[in-house]
Design a protein around this ligand. Structure first.
Ligand code: ADP
Ligand code: MG
Length: 574
């Protein structure tokens, strides 16, 4: 009660913000409008960072990346109807990646429901397919407990997306402050351990392996299991292979990393331990011909429903990766064991790595212009700061870039992921830059985009400039999707008719000056066609941390990746 006798009131918007803050949610991305503007204002008031984006989809990608990077979900705040629908892409991507995320959607007034209200849409229902939990609080007083449940659900078990619907009439409605009770911050996710008999069995299968392989997935990165997994690798001298976002859990340049012999390692391993990596398309379903028909899989995952998908595992270890790895370490402490470093398996792997690396180098040193992918990535890798975030998307740009660009730190590579989503790059880069700003100032973000991939969320360059984030965008430009044409061929083609009838669907406008998008908002832009120009502009961009920059790198429009052993799968992520 106030001293003048009138009761103290609080709006629904403020309750939402305070409830989020109480759950230790610290970042909110979104686009304001009716009816959520007040929620964004209230969030800033309670000390949540608010980042205004240009499309809800990119905002949602950014919020989900915060969840992956920090283990605490970010919020994506959207308006009703179309705003929420734009965010569904981000929710789906987060859920597929098993990343925590909270989406808060304003919705039309309850009193106008089914009447054709402004932007009316069945939002709770729509989100169900893209989330673990989707609900609307029944009253303002119920907001804190629904938000606690959403945050808790997003991080407990297999992480994922959660949706909370806030009707317009809740936003400004005032209730007595004393009627709102904030639920205490949810406890950290309980740590579960594998059955001890399964742990014993796993250790024995590993000990008896002739050609063992550990696969480190982004689940291991999310679980912050880097220390224990590294110990296991070094103590038992086992070869390991990171998945795309598993890169950096143990540094790529670790002597036991067999990333450069990926296909060979998968194909001939007889025992494979999966640390937070699903046997989906990224790992070719665990099936022949990419694997031995009788390979023994040991699956470590927090999600019971995942165990046994596509293959019948030799052993399943249900539990938190970090805890389970420690359980395995106990076994190897009790009865020490090492995989012999002079084995034939190591020899096979080392030889393959050497020849693959030599092949990449050979391509990288080709002097022909326009440059090929390998030349470009080789020169980027040369200057890449060891601790930078590497964000990447595009088809060949991402696939080839991953093989050349090294990660030395866990959770420092973000890409199109499980869902193969294009358009994630700028949102991910923005999230990484913000997390870096708060935790490790001075750390830079390198975002390597294909020209097509860049187009999906290109206007977020304005967001990057508005917040002056230390991001270097590299657009690897081949004038198209997978492939494009040079200017002369393009002009020649147009002599035969209208572009809609003669231009192959993969074509984008040749010689596009994407760097001007950055210049338009006050950042630095470079157009480069030679290795020397690339080296120089990258050096300048890395040195000048006062401004974001975009380097538009022209490459051979028909450039492709080097020949693969498995031709029929070259278009897959690996
Ligand atoms: P990648 O794309 O790197 O192969 P996936 O996204 O397919 O990785 O797999 C990640 C797996 O990690 C998911 O099956 C998820 O359930 C699991 N996971 C996430 N967090 C944990 C954790 N803390 N402990 C164990 N498993 C986890
Ligand atoms: Mg392209």
């Amino acid at each position: 009660e106030r001293s003048d006798g009138r009761e103290r009131l609080v709006s629904g918007a403020k309750v939402v913000a305070q409830a989020l803050k109480t759950q230790d949610v610290n970042y909110m991305f979104g686009i304001v409008g009716i009816p959520v503007t007040e929620i964004a204002l209230a969030a800033q008031e309670v000390g949540i960072r608010y980042i205004g984006m240009r499309n809800e989809q990119a905002a949602c990608y950014a919020a989900s990346a915060v969840g992956y990077l920090t283990g605490r979900p970010g919020v994506c705040l959207v308006v009703s109807g179309p705003g929420l629908i734009h965010a569904l892409g981000g929710m789906a991507n987060a859920n597929m990646n098993c990343w925590p995320l909270i989406v808060i959607g304003g919705s039309s007034e309850r009193s106008q429901e089914t009447m054709g209200a402004f932007q009316e849409f069945p939002q709770v229902e729509a989100c169900r397919l893209y989330s673990k939990f989707s609900a609307r609080p029944s009253s303002i007083e119920a907001i804190p407990s629904i938000i606690e449940k959403a945050v808790r659900s997003s991080i407990y078990g297999r992480p994922g997306a959660c949706y909370v619907d806030i009707p317009a009439d809740f936003v400004n409605l005032q209730v007595n402050v004393n009627s709102v009770r904030y639920v205490e911050c949810c406890m950290p996710p309980p740590v579960s351990m594998a059955e001890s008999s399964a742990v014993c069995m796993a250790a024995s299968v590993i000990r008896n392996a002739k050609q063992p392989l550990l696969i480190i997935g982004k689940g291991a990165a999310y679980a912050r299991a880097e220390e224990s997994i590294r110990k296991l690798v070094e103590q038992c001298k086992l070869p390991f292979l990171p998945t795309p976002m598993g890169k950096g859990v143990i540094p790529d340049n670790h002597p036991n990393c067999v990333g450069a012999a990926r296909s060979r390692a998968l194909q001939f391993a007889d025992v494979i331990v999966l640390f937070g990596a699903r046997l989906n398309w990224i790992l070719h379903f665990g099936l022949p011909p990419r694997y031995q028909p009788d390979v023994k899989f040991i699956q470590v995952d927090i999600c019971a429903e995942e165990l046994g998908n596509n293959v019948r595992p030799a052993v399943t270890l249900l539990g938190d990766i970090n805890a389970v790895t420690k359980q395995l370490l106990e076994q190897f402490d009790k009865t020490p064991w090492q995989y012999p470093p002079e084995s034939k398996w190591w020899k096979i792997l080392r030889e393959k790595m050497k020849s693959n690396e030599a092949l990449s180098k050979e391509l990288a040193f080709k002097k022909s212009l326009p440059m090929n992918y390998y030349t470009v990535f080789y020169h980027i890798q040369e200057q890449l700061p060891r601790d930078c975030f590497v964000v990447s998307e595009g088809a060949n740009t991402m696939d080839i870039g991953r093989t050349v660009l090294q990660n030395y730190l866990p959770r420092h590579r973000l890409d199109a992921g499980t869902f193969g989503t294009m358009g994630v790059g700028l949102g991910f880069a923005i999230a990484s830059a913000l997390v870096a700003k708060d935790r490790n100032p001075g750390q830079q973000v390198i975002c390597v985009e294909g020209d097509s991939a860049f187009g999906f969320s290109g206007m977020e360059v304005e967001t990057i400039c508005r917040y002056n984030l230390p991001i270097i965008l590299l657009v690897v430009n081949n004038n198209g999707i997978y492939q494009g044409f040079d200017t002369d061929t393009w002009k020649e083609m147009l002599k035969f008719g209208d572009a809609t009838t003669v231009a192959p669907p993969m074509c984008l406008l040749p010689h596009s000056h994407y760097e001007h998008v950055m210049i338009a908002f006050g950042g630095k832009g470079y157009f480069v066609q030679t290795p020397e120009e690339l080296q120089k502009s990258l050096r300048q961009s890395l040195a000048d941390t006062t401004k974001p920059s975009l380097i538009n790198i022209m490459i051979e429009p028909q450039a492709m990746r080097k020949a693969q052993d498995f031709h029929w799968l070259t278009r897959s992520n690996m």
